[in-house]
Write a protein that binds this ligand. Structure first.
Ligand SMILES: [Ca+2]
Ligand SMILES: [Ca+2]
Ligand SMILES: [Ca+2]
Ligand SMILES: [Ca+2]
Length: 490
């Protein structure tokens, strides 16, 4: 299950039908012991689940107050078609008052029915009683992190929930910016039973200093029966993460670090994309992960870093660790430097497309030069495309450090040409300004040619290779440039 939002790191419950394979039919239940709800007027069941439907499996939650008569209160498979999954995690809150209130022996049953299907994961099961009066802040929707600096008058917008079965009105809400002076205002509107409202404070937050910020917001409701849900806090970052001699940028994807600004881009729009995983991290308990094992696998997904402030006067080094889940889950990986979280804004290739087949962690190291010589805000994008029927790519422990001054004049990508293009494979490479390593890579990431060149014009002989599209990667002391080449035959 997704480590953000569940306690999956300390274990969870799973029926793994895929692993059980063809077994002649599966129908398995796990049933709680008797839970004493006597004296409880309102009882809710909460849990997290992640259910994947292959064809016709069922995940049913039942409730009983005698252990023999059961009522189904939830079907995990509801609404899922072939090869579809619930959200991960999917958080449920089910009112079981009708079956459990005042009952001394309440049982909950989780039943799986299927054969050689996918799986159902369940975690964080709890019964709780609703308080007669209960409010809380459930989200802070503004301000949000920004690559540009935040202002000294940022509006603060929160979402407030009434957790009780009675209307809620006339209570205070407070926000605190960066542990400063609390700003308290009174809500005069009424929130209906179990309802929510959005509120923007009249007071604003001064978040104009570059760097990390925090907003804490909470309700103060007279007679609130559950203070554990009163408050919400959010970590923000104003401006880019500036990397310099004293400040590296590191990201290990741990719960103790901020992944603020990291964004997955699902180009093939199949809803399967980069995520965090607690399976086989390099260090700590979490790594970044792309995994797809459904038959309709069409990986084309980017994971973009948060905004980095880089200076053209410097050279930086990008180190990170990468692997696949297992030998059966190979992937193609490419790492690019962009001016936005959009591959169309690519300015240089940091790691040319390569086949990742290692299922032990390996380190990738490359230099970052700002190819167009412009200081500013940049994003690093990890691009995964499918190589196999199943695709997996994991990354962890990203480390971007200052490695020295950029003393060489930047080269201009457009000053380098491949001629003719398309060609029969005999190509002249013109405009190289220094010693350059030339690597030619085919569409699936295989290196087909490597040679070294000096300044001036070099010839590439690719006449023995199949017709098609190739990437020509030119790596010198100061830059990495990728050119596209078409071999069309005579
Ligand atoms: Ca757990
Ligand atoms: Ca509360
Ligand atoms: Ca980690
Ligand atoms: Ca995708």
């Amino acid at each position: 299950m997704h480590p953000a939002g569940t306690t999956s790191a300390n274990g969870y419950m799973i029926f793994d039908s895929d692993s059980a394979a063809a077994s002649g039919g599966e129908d398995a239940s796990i049933i709680t012991g008797a839970i004493d709800c006597s004296g409880k007027a309102n009882v809710h069941l909460t849990f997290n689940e992640y259910f994947a439907q292959f064809n016709v499996s069922q995940g049913i939650v039942w409730v009983s107050n005698d252990g023999s008569t059961w009522t189904d209160i939830h079907h995990a498979e509801a609404g899922l078609g072939t090869d579809q999954t619930t959200a991960n995690p999917f958080a449920l809150d089910i009112d079981i008052t009708a079956y459990a209130a005042g009952q001394a022996t309440v049982y909950i049953q989780f039943e799986w029915i299927g054969e050689f299907e996918y799986f159902w994961m369940v975690d964080d099961v709890a019964l709780y009683e609703i308080a007669a009066t209960d409010g809380g802040v459930t989200n802070i929707t503004a301000p949000v992190s920004s690559c540009a600096l935040l202002s000294s008058t940022e509006p603060v917008t929160i979402e407030i929930k009434n957790f009780s079965n009675a209307a809620l009105s006339a209570f205070d809400v407070t926000f605190v910016a960066d542990n400063g002076t609390p700003n308290t205002e009174t809500i005069t509107d009424t929130i209906a039973a179990n309802g929510t409202m959005t509120y923007t404070f009249t007071a604003t937050a001064d978040l104009s200093a570059p760097g990390a910020h925090n907003i804490l917001a909470y309700t103060t409701v007279t007679g609130d029966g559950d203070n554990a849900n009163d408050q919400f806090s959010v970590d923000l970052y104003g401006g880019p993460h500036v990397v310099d001699q004293s400040t590296p940028y590191t990201q290990g994807f741990e719960p103790t670090e901020s992944q603020n600004g990291w964004t997955a881009l699902d180009v093939d729009a199949d809803v399967v994309t980069w995520d965090l995983s607690n399976v086989l991290p390099h260090t700590g308990s979490v790594c970044a992960n792309y995994a797809h094992e459904l038959p309709s696998n069409q990986a084309n997904d980017y994971y973009f870093s948060t905004c980095l402030g880089l200076d053209a006067a410097n050279v930086y080094q990008l180190d990170f660790f990468y692997r696949t889940f297992s030998p059966a889950y190979q992937a193609n990986m490419e790492v690019i430097l962009c001016t936005d979280q959009d591959p169309a804004t690519v300015v240089s290739t940091l790691v040319p497309t390569m086949l990742v087949s290692n299922f032990n962690w390996a380190i990738s190291s490359s230099s970052i030069y700002l190819a167009n010589g412009t200081s500013g805000n940049y994003y690093i994008g990890w691009h995964v495309t499918q190589q196999d029927s199943s695709t997996s790519l994991k990354i962890d422990d990203v480390n971007i450090t200052y490695s020295g001054p950029n003393s060489i004049q930047p080269i201009n990508s457009s000053a380098i040409s491949l001629y003719p293009n398309p060609s029969n494979g005999l190509v002249s490479l013109r405009g190289l300004k220094e010693s350059t390593k030339i690597t030619v890579v085919d569409l699936v990431g295989h290196v087909v040619l490597e040679q070294n060149a000096v300044a001036g014009t070099s010839m590439l002989d690719l006449r023995s290779f199949p017709k098609g599209f190739y990437s020509v990667v030119l790596k010198s002391e100061k830059s990495v440039i990728t050119k596209q080449l078409v071999i069309s035959g005579n």
